[in-house]
Write a protein that binds this ligand. Structure first.
Ligand code: NAD
Length: 343
């Protein structure tokens, strides 16, 4: 299926624009000449310098407007919709992370439930052509049947984070049904890449290595029954979102509310992923990188495997993620060593 160009007459509102995926999506839209309104509260869940670095890279685009605010502020969201009248909304702002939802549950309710509710309410009163929002592979919980299909049973989330994402799908379904809001939920599968999130394992392992510290791997040290993850390169996520935005559901073949997996459709053993990361870093710094590894029990809330079926996405937009981890991790390693000036 051909990817139509993005409609540059539309106004795109992206929440979480200073975040990892939000930055790359904003940049892609701006490069194509779209008008982008970005919202982000720049919270300090991870190093805010990284968020400001991303924003600096978006600033030169004339058609970029940034609003530093919180989506859980309903009046602010309603005013922003009234002022800018966005046609397309992509909600990526959320408190991410499975493990942190055990430590700080409140912030998940505030951003992921109240914040998302505000976005839905704004779409109800200021109609949009399309609302796209981030869900997560974590909604599949501890499901054993692989690959994960969008039609699988997902009523047993094993973390509060997953429960908020599943709730978002239910809330979006209801609003879409009641107020005819064309809405699409995207279940992202472990997204990685340059300028990624420092709370994610590949980033943390790299930081630890350069700090001369051991890395902790939560897989019981059981290589036979290692964790499997469907690692998805950020450009593939952006390509998938871009294609969904080009193929607007209005009058199209996509129902008013639909959910898609966006994953690599090719899970890797965690240990193989780590080995590839070591090789990629070795290539950049010109000496062999071997992480000092300690093995620990699987953390509560973590799931044994993630594996996306991408057939539905492929049918809808003619695309499925395809970046090999060797290539994606090399781009991460190149960026990391350059950004942090490590040798
Ligand atoms: N990266 C992944 O592997 C992955 C996997 C599954 C789902 N997701 C989802 O994709 C979305 C984007 O993830 P990401 O990896 O870019 O995360 P990120 O943390 O880098 O980006 C989220 C951004 O949203 C902002 N934000 C958080 N709460 C906010 C609020 N209440 N108001 C305004 N801004 C707020 C943060 O400051 C951050 O910059 C999130 O919804 C996340 O749950 C990500």
């Amino acid at each position: 299926m051909e990817c139509k160009p993005l409609n540059t007459n539309k106004i795109y509102l992206i929440t979480g624009a200073a975040g990892f995926i939000g930055y790359f999506l904003s940049r892609r839209l701006l490069e194509q000449g779209c008008r982008v309104i970005g919202i982000d509260n720049i919270n300090d869940y991870y190093d805010i310098n990284l968020k400001y670095t991303r924003l600096e890279l978006l600033k030169p685009f004339e058609k970029f407007t940034f609003i530093k605010d919180d989506i859980s502020d309903k009046a602010m969201i309603m005013n922003t919709f009234e002022e800018y009248k966005p046609n397309i909304v992509v909600n990526l702002a959320a408190q991410a992370g499975v493990r942190y939802s055990i430590e700080k549950p409140d912030v998940y309710i505030q951003s992921n439930i109240i914040g998302f509710f505000n976005i839905l309410e704004a779409c109800r009163f200021c109609p949009v052509d399309h609302l796209v929002y981030a869900s997560s592979s974590s909604v599949y919980g501890a499901n054993k049947k692989i690959p994960f299909l969008e039609t699988d049973f997902v009523d047993n989330p094993v973390s509060l984070y997953a429960a908020t994402k599943k709730s978002n799908e239910l809330m979006a379904y209801t609003y879409s049904h009641l107020y005819k809001i064309p809405a699409t939920g995207l279940r992202f599968f472990t997204v990685y890449g340059p300028m990624g999130r420092p709370d994610m394992a590949y980033f943390g392992f790299t930081q630890k290595y350069f700090a001369g510290e051991p890395i902790r791997i939560f897989n019981n040290g059981d290589f036979e029954n290692d964790l499997y993850r469907d690692f998805t390169y950020v450009d593939d996520i952006v390509e998938g979102i871009g294609r969904l935005l080009c193929n607007s559901p209005v009058g199209g073949n996509i129902a008013p509310h639909q959910v898609f997996n966006i994953g690599n459709n090719s899970p890797e053993k965690l240990m193989a992923f780590i080995e590839t990361l070591e090789k990629c870093l070795s290539k950049v710094i010109g000496r062999e990188v071997v992480f000092d590894k300690t093995f620990e029990p699987i953390k509560s809330g973590d799931v044994p495997a993630t594996f996306a079926s991408t057939d539905l996405l492929q049918q809808a937009v003619g695309f499925k993620p395809r970046t090999r981890i060797e290539d994606g991790l090399q781009r991460f390693a190149d960026w990391y060593c350059e950004y942090y000036k490590v040798k």
